[in-house]
Design a protein around this ligand. Sequence first.
Ligand SMILES: [Zn+2]
Ligand SMILES: [Zn+2]
Length: 240
Amino acid sequence: MKVKLLGTGTCVPSLQRLSSSYLVRTEQLNVLVDVGPSVVRRLLEYGYTTRDIDIIVLTHFHVDHSADLSTFLFASNYDVVPRTKELAIIGGEGFQDFYRGLLTIYPWLLPKSYELFPHELQGGVLKKSGIVITTSHMEHCKESVGVRIEEGKSVVFSGDTDYTHNLVRLAEGADLLFVECSFPERKAPGHLNLAEVQKVVDQAKPRRVILSHLYPDWDNYKGVLHPPLLLGEDGMEIEI
Ligand SMILES: [Zn+2]
Ligand SMILES: [Zn+2]
């Protein structure tokens, strides 16, 4: 499995960090985790198109994680080569309403040449072409989920979250954990700082940890991170 970091940022517009989004490439499928602003264009920059994606997972509906879903679906209908292969989209509680709402304001997103399967998966398991996707509720929004993707090896994404035992359980023994660490020191409800991430890591013991969803507080961070922690950067690719 390979994971490409498409974005490691937040809602704060930044030239260095696009909103958080990740491309997981398994043997059989490509999974896009979150679809923040400009992610569709970022896929092109890294040599992919929307047609390369088989599954989209939305960790929650905040704009920095979902804005380009409409761009993605619009391109699926009207790109030079329209999409023909099926697309699955997984979201937490209320995802069916979110999707129907998008179709209400943007009727042009209704799939024309392919089949779309929306799945509401607020804590559950979905198996597809040899990969297992597990979601678990996170402490951020009503619909927030963290996601674990397994194909022999395992990679976990926290999405946005405060400290929760659900994250510890989801990340337990994972080969790779992408965890939000919004601020090195500052505490904001619904997000993690470095001390809280360390607590999750000490309890869950993932092999490698990439910090992501990084606010500009990190620009002036002078501390040193110790393994297994590593600061995420846009464009990084990690193989497990
Ligand atoms: Zn966010
Ligand atoms: Zn959020």
